[in-house]
Design a protein around this ligand. Structure first.
Ligand code: HEC
Length: 129
C-alpha cells in the first residue's frame, strides 16, 4: 500500500512538473509570436506585451537548481551555461524594451534574432542537440 502511495505521488509530482514547463513554454512561444507580429504589423504594443509575457515565463529559471531539473543526466554539468542562456534572454528582452521606450524600432527589431538564439541555446542543451 505504502509503495503504491509513494509511486503514485512520484507520478503526480513528475506529471505536474511536465505540465508546468509545457504551459510555461507555451507562454514563451506566444510572447515570441506577439513580438514578431509587432514588428511585422508595426505594433509597439504587441512587441511590448510579448516582452512582458516571455520575461514572466522566464522567471522559473532563477538559479542553477531550477534549471538543472530539466537537464538530462549527461548534461547536468552544463547547468551554468544553461542558466546563462536564460539570463541572456532576460537581458536581451530588457534591451529590446529599452529601445522600444526610445521609439527605436529598428534596433529593437535587430534583437529579435538574438532572442530566438537565446531560446535555441537552452533547447539545444536540454534536448541534447
Ligand atoms: C533556460 C532554458 C530554456 C529557455 C531559455 C527557453 N526554453 Fe523552451 N523549453 C525548455 C525546456 C526545459 C523545455 C521542455 C523540454 C523540451 O521540449 O525539450 C522547453 C520546451 C519548449 C517548447 C515545447 C513545449 C511543448 O509543449 O512541447 C516550446 C514551444 C518552447 N520551449 C518555447 C520557447 C521559447 C519561444 C523560448 C524563448 C523565448 C524558450 N522556449 C526559451 C527550456 C528553455
Amino acid at each position: 500500500m505504502k509503495k503504491i502511495v509513494i509511486s503514485l505521488s512520484a507520478f503526480l509530482i513528475l506529471g505536474l512538473q511536465a505540465t508546468d514547463i509545457n504551459t510555461n513554454m507555451h507562454t514563451m512561444k506566444e510572447g515570441l509570436e506577439s513580438i514578431q507580429d509587432g514588428f511585422l504589423y508595426n505594433s509597439q504594443e504587441a512587441v511590448a506585451s510579448g516582452i512582458v509575457q516571455i520575461k514572466k515565463a522566464n522567471e522559473i529559471f532563477h538559479d542553477k537548481d531550477s534549471v538543472a531539473k530539466y537537464l538530462p543526466e549527461d548534461k547536468k554539468k552544463l547547468v551554468g551555461v544553461t542558466l546563462l542562456s536564460a539570463k541572456r534572454l532576460s537581458s536581451d528582452l530588457d534591451a529590446m524594451s529599452e529601445y522600444l521606450a526610445q521609439g527605436n524600432m529598428l534596433e529593437a527589431a535587430v534583437l529579435h534574432s538574438d532572442i530566438i538564439k537565446d531560446c535555441t541555446r537552452c533547447h539545444a542543451i536540454v534536448r541534447g542537440w
